[in-house]
Design a protein around this ligand. Structure first.
Ligand code: NAD
Length: 435
């Protein structure tokens, strides 16, 4: 049986303009990556065309009674980019810079990521335009509950499973789970991952993204022939991904010489005392004024001397304005979309080896998948099991991407796109087109 949809020339694929706005727009960046990889691997035009569109975009208004008695209405989104390979999966972000194009791009990268590591999921993402740093816990809870109620028409354990992202955490996921469960009338732990252990969360989920970043870097070191115990690392962003990655590198003997957060960076060529900094952060909003290390501005942080740079903050922090100043030989993308395509080209020319986001930070969604499987079975695994299975999946995906990149003589971003698009192309072709 021929399952291929007759290939018609794609009407949409046209070169995107190279402007400042283009570099700053994650969706434009993501579509450029897709077009380039789709063309290089001769992806079926109908599959490529479908991936250039999000399956479902929901915009919601989220009215919240603020502590001072006024009502503020926030704008939120939930986007399901693709569900050809299973239910949609992706985090929820709270940030003032959330935009429709950003959430679209993040949902697309989730589709790619789940395909690269071969999880039975499509991609989704959610976001609310808000500044959680200026909101009380009560306001955040009310906003989360109303946002969940608004998007409950499209989420669910078989449909779309949210998770934490920037400025959301296990507590926020507990509110999502509780609100959704109240709406349907019974407890539904499988609707969300990254929950507290007590209500169906998974051991190892909190550290999973950082742990995955470490596993891919260890594989990279083995393949490229450098010793992690003799290497130095700088981590941009000290939230869930950055702080866990930094700690796991330090535990394995890699010297963490730089870390930063939204306030600024810290540097110590002898190695930072992460334990002390974590203690300091418990009582301070930012690590910026930590007294026992050299202070570095956000802009200069990226230029610090180190072997490995791990961007683990926001999109576009490595761009054409600073890529040339980077001294690290290896970049492992803990964040989603931290390197613009313009910067990618500069880094490639400089000989920097980069492990792309859709592979490097896939540890989070992998353990989210384990959490969902455990919830569905109501049977929970040990942390040892979880970390071993995570390592298997991440090392397997790294090997596939690295080997393909070498064989095709392309960089690892292109290699990862090729691995993911091959799976997505097959799924689209086998399912065919409805009606
Ligand atoms: P988080 O909210 O826990 O932490 C974000 C950190 O980045 C904070 O320390 C913040 O101060 C810092 N930051 C923000 N802007 C910065 C800047 N310009 N320079 C330096 N630091 C800055 O968020 P997170 O969950 O750690 O997510 C970070 C990135 O990793 C995002 O791109 C997210 O999409 C991605 N990611 C997260 C997960 C996950 O499991 N949480 C999984 C995969 C990918």
């Amino acid at each position: 049986m021929d399952t291929k949809i007759p290939a018609k020339p794609s009407p949409v694929v046209k070169p995107l303009e190279r402007t400042e706005a283009h570099e700053a727009n994650p969706w434009a960046q993501a579509m450029e990556q897709l077009d380039r990889a789709g063309k290089a691997m001769k992806l079926e035009p109908f599959a490529l065309e479908r991936l250039r569109h999000c399956k479902r975009i929901l915009t919601v208004s989220v009215p919240v009674k603020m502590d001072d008695g006024t009502v503020k209405v926030f704008e939120g989104y939930r986007i399901q980019h693709n569900m050809d390979r299973g239910p949609a999966k992706g985090g929820i972000r709270y940030h003032p810079s959330v935009s429709l194009d950003e959430v679209k791009a993040l949902s697309f990268w989730m589709t790619m990521k789940c395909a690269v590591v071969n999880l039975p999921y499509g991609g989704a993402k959610g976001g609310v335009i808000c500044d959680p740093k200026k909101m009380s816990r009560g306001e955040l809870e009310r906003m989360t509950r109303r946002y969940t109620a608004e998007i409950s028409i499209i989420i669910g354990p078989d449909k779309d499973i949210p998770a934490p992202d920037v400025n959301t955490n296990a507590e926020v996921m507990a509110w999502v789970m509780d609100t959704y469960s109240m709406t349907i009338g019974y407890s539904c732990p499988g609707v969300v991952t990254g929950k507290p252990i007590e209500i169906g969360g998974s051991l190892g989920r909190n550290e999973a993204t950082g742990r995955g970043v470490f596993y891919v870097t260890r594989e990279l070191a083995a393949r490229e022939g450098f010793d992690l115990r003799k290497s130095t690392v700088c981590v941009q962003g000290f939230g869930n991904v950055g702080s866990n990655a930094a700690n796991i590198f330090a535990e394995h003997g890699t010297k963490v010489v730089g870390i930063s957060d939204v306030g600024g960076g810290l540097y110590d060529p002898k190695g930072l005392d992460l334990h002390d900094i974590m203690e300091y952060r418990k009582t301070h909003d930012t690590i910026m004024d930590y007294p026992k290390a050299e202070k570095v501005s956000i802009d200069k942080f990226i230029e610090l001397p180190c072997d490995i740079l791990i961007p683990a903050a926001m999109e576009g922090t490595i761009n054409k304005g600073n890529a040339d100043k980077i001294k690290a030989k290896y970049i492992v993308e803990g964040a989603n979309g931290p390197t613009t395509n313009e910067a990618d080209a500069i880094l490639h020319k400089k000989g920097v080896v980069l492990v792309p986001d859709i592979l490097a930070n896939a540890g989070g969604v992998t353990v989210s998948y384990f959490e969902w499987v455990q919830d569905m079975q109501a049977y929970f695994w040990s942390e040892k099991d979880i970390n071993a299975r995570l390592q298997d999946i991440i090392v397997g995906a790294f090997t596939e991407v690295y080997d393909l990149s070498k064989k095709e003589k392309v960089d690892m971003r292109m290699g990862a796109f090729m691995v993911g698009l091959r799976r997505l192309g097959k799924a689209a072709s086998i399912r065919g087109m409805y009606p």
